[in-house]
Design a protein around this ligand. Structure first.
Ligand SMILES: [Zn+2]
Length: 121
């Protein structure tokens, strides 16, 4: 996997009066994490065509005024995080919020089977 590029020109807001200055190559853990997560989200969103891989509905991107809802785009861990699944592109799929919640830690195959055997309401 390619290393996420450092976002050029990113501004880091520090509290007024703070004397702490970030050096060019100093990693700001929280910022880097957020940037990487956004990159990861964009990668997975594009790869999976913006649709939930389980039910196929177009998943809405979270954004201004779009914070919750069953069709909100989320990243679902194929191998559940709680079972040691890594937060990597290969272990993530685009899932709508409803499917993500519904699946929980169910195996992907089991969940997919349950989605296809049961007509959605
Ligand atoms: Zn879905």
């Amino acid at each position: 996997m390619a290393v996420a590029p450092v976002i050029a020109g990113a501004t880091i807001r520090l509290a007024r009066g703070s004397t702490r200055r970030l050096q060019h190559n100093e990693e700001h853990p929280r910022l880097m994490k957020a940037a990487q997560r956004i990159k990861l989200f964009e990668d997975v969103y594009a790869r999976d065509g913006g649709c939930c891989v389980y039910c196929g509905i177009p998943a809405r991107r979270p954004g201004h005024g779009v914070k919750r809802g069953p069709d909100l785009a989320t990243l679902d861990h194929v191998h559940p995080r709680s079972l040691g699944g890594p937060l990597t592109r290969d272990n993530l799929v685009l899932a709508c919020s409803a499917c993500n919640n519904e699946r929980g830690t169910m195996a992907v195959e089991t969940f997919r089977a349950s989605k296809t055997s049961k007509p959605t309401a």
